[in-house]
Design a protein around this ligand. Structure first.
Ligand SMILES: Nc1nc2c(ncn2[C@@H]2O[C@H](COP(=O)(O)OP(=O)(O)OP(=O)(O)O)[C@@H](O)[C@H]2O)c(=O)[nH]1
Ligand SMILES: [Mg+2]
Length: 330
């Protein structure tokens, strides 16, 4: 099927993107998100050509249960940062079916200030595809944003699935947001998510919630003692703030910068990023190598039978692997 869109010119894209052209950035992200094999190769060439201009941003992952205030927080934090002269990119990873095109719109209204800020760029990641796929696109999108001059990248994800692990794996700082309210200690978040946290921030510390927010913070501080921190030398701070009034947002950001300074000084920032890149490479390669298992019709048709035979003890697992490998090698 012939496409009516003009072909992508990597040289031009590279040049215009480095100049910070937002329309070109959007176009380049569309290229990155494309599933076409020729686009994938062009996307790889583009990323490679831009590599020296990437890595400069403060990369922050933000997670929390639905309604905790992620979008409101990003709006308040992002606007504070653009006022300080920063350029802020906001990306969202949400593999759940909960979100449709309509709620992207809702998100933009929750981020009303940033959505109209010339120094901010908001881009939801596609909700389709496998988690690894979605996260991979978000990572590449992050690199493009960096090359286009965005020096803060905020990645939002809802903290109820596995997307938060993917986001923690692509950021320098992982911020876990909590609601005020004691008792329901980890609030539906898996313990594993809290263990990824570089900071816990209790939102909605305003009005009647103020006291409850402080109590919740004290509880998390106590709970964190029994968990192992992500960085051996840094125990994650627990703060309270209000995304609505803006109280505490500056302190929250100061913690991010402080953490960054310490990680840079110890060399952990560079090593963490290096490890993330390698892990990402393997994740993408694995996905690529597994692709035939999903796309080969004959194999797809045969797999349930092979699995059933293995389960029933009619076929040895290693014999099954030989059979599958033979079909793949045809
Ligand atoms: N009182 C108070 N309400 C807040 C605060 N921050 C957010 N809210 C409200 O909480 C609700 C949810 O906020 P969102 O920012 O949409 O939350 P979210 O975590 O992005 O939600 P999802 O995208 O659905 O996962 C909205 O009604 C906000 O107005 C705050 O600091 N104080
Ligand atoms: Mg939101």
């Amino acid at each position: 099927m012939a496409s009516s869109a003009p072909p992508f010119d990597v040289g031009r894209l590279t040049r215009d993107l480095r100049a910070g052209d937002r329309t070109v950035l959007s176009r380049a992200i569309t290229l990155i998100e494309s599933k076409r094999a020729d686009h994938r190769r062009t996307a790889a060439a583009l990323t490679q050509a831009l590599l020296d201009a990437t890595g400069r941003a403060v990369r922050v992952g933000i997670t929390g249960v639905p309604g905790v205030g992620k979008s409101t927080t990003i709006d308040a934090l992002g606007s504070m940062l653009t006022r300080q002269g920063r350029r802020v990119a906001v990306l969202a990873v949400d593999p759940s079916s909960r979100r449709t095109g309509g709620s992207i719109l809702a998100d933009k209204t929750r981020m009303a200030r940033l959505a109209n800020d010339a120094n901010a760029f908001i881009r939801p990641s596609p909700a389709s595809g496998t988690l690894g796929g979605v996260a991979a696109k978000t990572r590449e999108t992050m690199l493009l944003c960096e090359a286009a001059g965005y020096d803060v990248v905020l990645v939002e994800t809802v903290g109820v699935g596995q997307s938060e692990i993917a986001v923690a794996d692509m950021t320098d700082f992982f911020l876990v947001l909590m609601l005020p309210g004691a008792g329901d200690e980890l609030q539906g978040l898996k313990k594993g998510v809290v263990e990824l946290a570089d900071m816990i921030a209790v939102n909605k510390a305003d009005g009647d919630n103020l006291v409850r927010a402080k109590a919740a913070a004290a509880e998390y501080r106590a709970a964190l003692h029994i968990l192992s921190p992500r960085s051996p030398n840094l125990s994650p701070p627990v703060v309270t703030y209000s995304a609505q009034t803006g109280d505490g947002i500056a302190v929250l950001w100061a913690h991010v910068l402080d953490h960054r300074e310490k990680l840079s000084a110890s060399g952990e920032l560079a090593s963490r990023r290096g490890e993330q890149q390698v892990k990402w490479m393997w994740a993408m390669l694995e996905e690529r190598l597994f692709a035939p298992l999903r796309s080969d019709r004959t194999l797809k048709a045969a797999l349930p039978r092979i699995e059933a035979d293995v389960a029933a003890g009619r076929l040895a697992a290693n014999a099954a692997v030989e059979e599958i490998a033979d079909m793949l090698g045809r």
